[in-house]
Design a binder for this molecule. Structure first.
Ligand SMILES: NCc1[nH]cc(CCC(=O)O)c1CC(=O)O
Length: 305
């Protein structure tokens, strides 16, 4: 029998691309019949204030979760990095799919690399994580908030408001804007946030039939790597008001995890780093690696809360 599925999605061009991507895979790999339910979320409506000040990333997923609860949709597709570390009761992360390039990108009409910028010019970025890592390398820059969807951010750059901006490379690639990337930051010079570049599919936890049907879309290597990254954030009470980066990569069977915590102190920007690796063969092992790294950061005295 043909499965009929409805996907709840935000309406930004990136969110719609991601929902269409999942739709195509559900159709080709599960033979499902799939439609989209585009919704507007509080996170999309509040564009004038920094997200960390208005309630964080959960704003992007709440409306989609309500559509699942009301039975108006079967699945919600999210950028994994926008998904809170702990889902509300009754919801499950049914699939984490193969990750794109997780790196941050440098976008600038004039300057090929961050190193080329003259002192004092304005650089735009939306997250505290990027802000502290930028300032740690270039304390002489004027790093300012930059909000809005990808098209809006690029327009602000083109209007000359910034000498350059920093964005997730994955989003630009998905929208066919890879040519705007002047260079990608290596992960050890600008550590990405947990889950960057990966898509997550959320469903009601009660839909066990659907969760097993989504099996073919799960990428276990990505899922465990992101599980380790997200565990660091969870252990440190992470929300997007915390400048925390976490990135894991595989070396054979071993998962290598690095995390960076930043703070803008009166004396200047300061970064704390921790890393560990372990042989990992399941989500539990990945999460305990994340907890180990979180504990190292705590022992190093990161200023939490
Ligand atoms: N915070 C917004 C957001 N959520 C997902 C992406 C890009 C795609 C991804 O990382 O999966 C972006 C844009 C950005 O951070 O530049």
């Amino acid at each position: 029998m043909t499965m009929t599925l409805k996907i709840a999605t935000r309406q930004s061009r990136l969110a719609l691309w991601q929902a269409e991507h999942v739709k195509a895979r559900l159709e080709s790999e599960l033979g499902a019949r799939v439609t989209l339910l585009p919704l507007s979320t509080r996170g999309d409506e509040i564009l004038d204030r920094s997200l960390s000040k208005v309630g964080g990333k959960g704003l992007f997923v709440k409306e989609l979760e309500l559509a699942l609860a009301r039975g108006e949709a079967d699945l919600a597709v999210h950028s994994l990095k926008d998904v809170p570390m702990d889902l509300p009761d009754g919801y499950a992360l049914a699939a984490v799919m193969t990750r794109e390039d997780p790196r941050d990108a440098w976008v600038s009409p004039e300057f090929a690399r961050l190193e080329d910028l003259p002192s004092g010019v304005r650089v735009g970025t939306s997250s505290l994580r990027r802000q502290v890592q930028l300032l740690a390398r270039r304390p002489d820059l004027d790093v300012q908030p930059l909000r809005g969807n990808l098209d809006t951010r690029l327009r602000k750059l083109d209007d000359g408001e910034y000498a350059g901006i920093v964005l997730a490379r994955a989003g630009l690639v998905r929208l066919g804007l890879a040519s705007r990337v002047r260079s990608a930051f290596e992960v050890d010079e600008m550590l990405p946030c947990a889950g960057q570049g990966a898509l997550g599919i959320e469903v009601l936890a009660s839909r066990t039939d659907l969760i097993s049907a989504l099996g073919p879309l799960v990428d276990r290597a990505t899922s465990w790597a992101c599980g380790a990254e997200r565990a660091v954030s969870r252990a440190l009470g992470g929300s997007c008001s915390v400048p925390l980066a976490a990135h894991a990569h595989w070396q054979g069977e071993r998962l290598h995890l690095r995390a960076v915590f930043g703070a803008l102190l009166p004396a200047g920007p300061r970064l704390w780093q921790a890393e560990a690796d372990a042989e990992v063969s399941g989500l539990d092992g990945a999460e305990s690696l994340g907890e180990t790294v979180a504990q190292q950061l705590r022992d190093a005295g990161v200023p939490l809360g």
